[in-house]
Design a protein around this ligand. Structure first.
Ligand code: PMP
Length: 434
């Protein structure tokens, strides 16, 4: 067997019976996870796994500060967000304070999909323009509008053929394996700008340009320098707005930058956040300017029963407290640098290692069969993930070719754990003959 623990076949069969086939799970024979603690997951058989994929549990699994705050708040009050209570105001102020001017107006929702959906609706509402430009190989969510701008083939092989007419995609600006590589990557921005200009010339100037501000879904590849600056300028020149999806890459994970857009030196008009901000509790947000938010007033409606509920708001504030008190962004800088160097060193012995992308604790280890042709090592990556599970590490692939290990552990991970991860990868690559 790939790993020692047999899957709980009865529970898996019951899951399959009540779920649709589109609702996948990690691994064919997944361990049954009963507990989490910091950057570890523990199975029902008491086996501990190192969790390398859980960017949702940013401050770590089962953080006692969250448990205490939620318990206290649940005992007192949890209700819909139309009531007047302090925690929602406190949290919204703190969130807005993390963003540069003029981003001062906060909408609290329950997920990243809702945040991107609302971000698009705000932009379309404020501009009166229904067309939207998005990047290929992106994932932004499952709701109607967020799914419409999601073109990642790993999630939906028919994505490009099934977009609504108001969605226009531009090339995936991947400087490693895209059409323009290395120093040539500066070509993506002018090409995408031309596409925006052509839409405007055809009378379909976009209301929004939507992109992750650090290219997460494609494997943690930084956008080419100046990419967002040129795209934001183009879309604004024609009266549209810039929407940044910070659901994966924001909130300190990149280490040096709290937000991905800072790496690009831009300020978006609309920022969408989720995942890390709730540490697994359903919580997302859209932050924009008062001007954009107010123009939505006569275009659409917004009320979320549980978005920003007393419990959600307390979770949001507690996560921010922990990020600050435990200096987790600093940890992402320090531990992330050590991890990235260790992964790069693996490339000296293992020809399968093509590149190490990313920043802080948002890294992507891209595996290729040939460093010149960059032929993706898709099967080898799947095999490696299985073997890593057997060795006690949960790690998963991403990207359109599923050949990039996504490395985005809880931000509390320490050097001992990342050294174990690197050594275990080394062992698994050797065992598999790569
Ligand atoms: N945007 C990005 C970049 C994401 O990675 C995801 C989730 N994988 C979403 C949006 C959607 O978030 P959620 O799953 O919370 O709806």
């Amino acid at each position: 067997p790939a790993h020692e623990e047999p899957a709980d076949a009865t529970l898996l069969a019951r899951r399959a019976a009540s779920f649709a086939s589109v609702q996948g799970h990690y691994y064919d024979q997944p361990p049954r996870i009963e507990r989490g603690w910091r950057h570890h997951l523990v199975s029902d058989q008491g086996r501990a796994y190192l969790d390398i994929v859980n960017n949702v549990s940013a401050i770590g699994h089962a953080h006692p500060a969250v448990e205490r705050a939620v318990t206290r708040q649940l005992r007192r009050l949890n209700t819909n967000s139309r009531f007047h209570y302090a925690s929602v105001v406190d949290f919204s102020e703190r969130l807005a304070a993390l963003l540069p001017a003029p981003l001062d107006t906060v909408f609290l929702v329950n997920s990243g999909s809702e945040a991107v959906d609302l971000g698009i609706r705000l932009a379309v509402g404020a501009t009166g323009r229904p067309d939207v430009v998005a990047l290929r190989e992106a994932y932004h969510g499952w709701t109607y509008a967020s799914d419409a701008v999601s073109t990642s083939l790993q999630d939906n092989p028919n994505a490009l053929a099934t977009r609504p007419v108001w969605v226009h995609t531009v090339d995936s600006p991947n400087s490693y394996r895209g059409r323009h590589r290395g120093a040539e990557a500066h070509r993506y921005a002018p090409e995408a700008v031309r596409a925006v200009d052509e839409l405007a010339a055809a009378g379909r100037a976009p209301g929004a340009f939507v992109a992750e501000s650090y290219y997460g879904n494609a494997g943690g590849v930084a956008l080419p320098d100046g990419y967002l600056e040129q795209l934001y300028a183009a879309v604004r020149r024609h009266g549209g707005l810039a929407v940044a999806d910070e659901v994966q890459v924001g909130y300190g994970r990149l280490g040096h930058w709290f937000w991905g857009f800072e790496q690009q030196g831009v300020v978006p008009d609309i920022v969408c956040v989720a995942k890390a901000m709730g540490n697994g509790h359903p919580l997302g947000a859209v932050i924009t300017s008062k001007g954009v938010a107010d123009r939505y007033r006569d275009q659409g409606y917004f009320f979320s029963s549980t978005g920003g509920s007393p419990v959600s708001s307390v979770v949001g504030s507690t996560v921010l407290d922990v990020l600050r008190d435990e200096d987790l962004q600093g940890n992402a800088v320090r531990v992330g640098a050590r991890l990235k160097a260790g992964l790069a060193a693996l490339g000296e012995h293992h020809p399968l290692v093509g590149a190490v992308h990313g920043s802080g604790l948002y890294l992507g280890l891209e595996l290729v069969r040939d460093r010149t042709t960059l032929e993706p090592a898709t099967e080898e990556t799947a095999e490696l993930c299985e073997r890593m599970l057997g060795l006690g590490v949960v790690v998963q692939p991403t990207g359109d070719h599923l050949n990039v290990l996504k490395i985005k552990p809880p931000l509390c991970i320490d050097a001992e754990a990342t050294d174990f991860f690197t050594a275990t990868l080394d062992r698994a690559l050797r065992e598999l003959g790569h």
